[in-house]
Design a protein around this ligand. Structure first.
Ligand SMILES: [Zn+2]
Length: 150
């Protein structure tokens, strides 16, 4: 397991932002895949972070989320990206690609829905419309009545 895959998706993204914002300082290579740094958070004092890439559970951070718990927090992710900026670049490229794929999938689904509606026979279209008005929010029902019926 890598540090990145051990972090939650939210911690990965916030850690990336902290890295980009330059919140990591005083980085030290302790040897044996261990790194120590300070990370500016919301408190006035920065958090003290140690990441141990060979023994992830030995990683630590003084923030309330991670202190005393074996979790990978956003501050550890920010330190990881500072040590390995090429991993940060890859992470960001992956995020962009996933967003693009999601948008393309949504556009495909919208196209399919439009094609389906255009092919509906009148009776089926009437039934589907009544279904939508029935399960939709009240404002939709009110607006439909006001705009087309009353
Ligand atoms: Zn932390």
């Amino acid at each position: 397991m890598s540090l990145l895959t051990s972090a939650s998706a939210a911690s990965r993204w916030r850690g990336y932002e902290y890295f980009k914002e330059g919140r990591v300082s005083a980085l030290e290579d302790l040897g044996s895949s261990r790194f120590r740094a300070l990370v500016a958070g919301h408190q006035s004092r920065p958090y003290a972070v140690t990441i141990d890439l060979a023994h992830l559970r030995q990683s630590s951070c003084t923030c309330p989320h991670a202190a005393g718990r074996k979790v990978i927090c956003k501050h550890m992710v920010a330190v990881f990206f500072t040590v390995f900026p090429e991993e940060a670049a890859r992470f960001y490229a992956d995020v962009l690609r996933e967003e693009q794929e999601w948008e393309e999938a949504q556009a495909d689904r919208a196209d399919k829905l439009i094609q389906y509606v255009r092919r509906l026979k009148k009776k089926d279209a009437q039934d589907r419309l009544l279904e939508v008005l029935e399960i939709g929010p009240d404002w939709l029902w009110d607006r439909f009545l006001r705009d087309y019926v009353e």
